[in-house]
Design a protein around this ligand. Structure first.
Ligand SMILES: Cc1ncc(COP(=O)(O)O)c(C=O)c1O
Length: 390
């Protein structure tokens, strides 16, 4: 009987999700017994500190915390986010909308759900985390990829007028996945001004906010909230705190839109586990002991890899944040063929830059989510007998 049931057009018409294809490839390689260094997915290898694990364990023993968290946000978490924002961004969040989500990936979807009608346009950077565009298409929006300049900053004045007329949402993400670029406050301000001028809802994905090797943290759009309130900013514990499995993120911004984001979420989910919310409150209160170590480790790895690969003659964008290296592939290769070459001959799995948009087709992305000892091996492998490929 199952054969008569067709899957929904909503799902079948979605463009292919390269990340799930990649996950399948990895599974296949592992089943076939391949031994490879995995620099593909960008899942941090850094482990939580013992005191955080102990807090989590202690909270898990409280039976009261094992029920539905129907109100979504527990007070301690909200208060620790408030403290974090005051100290780090000089923003008082008390008048803003606030919502805890199951990671920022979930938030992207509910933000679109709250805002998008069929045929609205969602503006994304020409190189972007693919779930902005996939999720927009899921809600039947059109996606327009705006240009980035040589620093990978938004170039918005080239967006045609007829696109701006239908544009509803604009995404930015700094420090930037996949290039490792960062942005300064002035550039952020001009994005806010642009969105205000054209009445576009601004969404800032701050997943790597504190993995910034120049300013230590990225500027927050919420500093301009009093000038333009059509904005939401997303933060997650996955990267700065190296806690991706906890599935905890939060969004802040326009209260009316966040109320609808919460309604959309309620259709799918009943709130994050209160044990992780409590432990997250503790982690955020103690961020000064956690974030600098995470940033320090990735900065070290990034600088090491940038130096070594540049010395070997690779064309690497200087990493200024995140834990990604963005490398232009040698002439004669595409990102795809080079990723295949690295896998087959060097047993190193990296991502084809085209997974982040067509402009990435001559690049590969390396996620530096392995310890330095493994990265040394990568350098050794990439430094030998590749002359015909560089
Ligand atoms: C730019 C960016 N945004 C959001 C996410 C999703 O993070 P999470 O759902 O774990 O919060 C990722 C994960 O790789 C990312 O790179």
């Amino acid at each position: 009987m199952v054969k008569d049931i067709k899957i929904s057009e909503r799902m079948s018409s979605l463009p292919k999700n390269n990340f799930s294809i990649m996950a399948q490839l990895k599974k296949k390689l592992l089943l076939e017994g391949w031994n490879f260094i995995d620099l593909s997915a960008g899942i941090t290898d850094l482990k939580p500190a013992q005191h955080i694990l102990e807090k989590l364990a202690a909270y898990s023993l409280n039976p009261e915390l094992h029920t539905y968290s129907v109100k979504f946000d527990i007070v301690e978490l909200y208060e620790s986010v408030r403290y974090f924002f005051q100290c780090e961004f000089n923003v008082d969040i008390k008048t803003l909308g606030y919502l805890t989500t199951l990671g920022s990936k979930e938030a992207i979807s509910h933000i679109h759900s709250a805002l998008i009608n069929e045929n609205d346009i969602v503006l994304v950077p020409e190189l972007h985390y693919p779930f902005y565009s996939l999720s927009a298409q899921y809600y039947n929006a059109e996606v327009y990829a705006y240009d980035l300049d040589e620093q990978y900053h938004p170039v918005l004045h080239t967006i045609p007028k007829h696109i701006l007329d239908r544009a509803k949402v604009l995404w930015i993400n700094y420090p930037h996945n996949p290039t490792g670029a960062i942005i300064n406050d002035e550039a952020i301000r001009s994005v806010v001004d642009f969105c205000k001028q054209y009445n576009i809802f601004l969404c800032a994905d701050m997943a790597y906010s504190h993995i910034d090797f120049v300013f230590e943290k990225s500027a927050s759009i919420l500093n301009y909230y009093h000038q333009y309130s059509n904005m939401i900013e997303m933060h997650t514990l996955s990267k700065n705190f190296s806690l991706p499995g906890w599935r905890l993120a939060f969004v802040l911004g326009n209260p009316e839109i966040i109320r609808v984001v919460a309604e959309s979420k309620l259709l799918f989910d009943t709130g994050a586990f209160m044990v992780t919310q409590k432990a997250a409150a503790y982690a955020i209160q103690n961020y000064k002991n956690i974030i600098p170590k995470v940033r320090g480790e990735y900065e070290y790895r990034s600088r090491y890899m940038y130096k070594k690969l540049s010395e070997l003659g690779y064309n690497v964008s200087e990493p200024k944040g995140t834990y990604f290296l963005w490398i232009k592939v040698p002439d004669g290769h595409t990102g795809r063929s080079y990723a295949q070459y690295l896998l087959e001959t060097k047993k190193i799995l990296v991502l084809d830059g085209a997974m982040f948009g067509p402009k990435g087709k001559s690049f590969v992305r390396l996620a530096l989510t392995e310890p330095v000892s493994v990265l040394e091996e990568v350098i050794h492998k990439m430094g030998t007998s590749t002359t015909s490929h560089r």
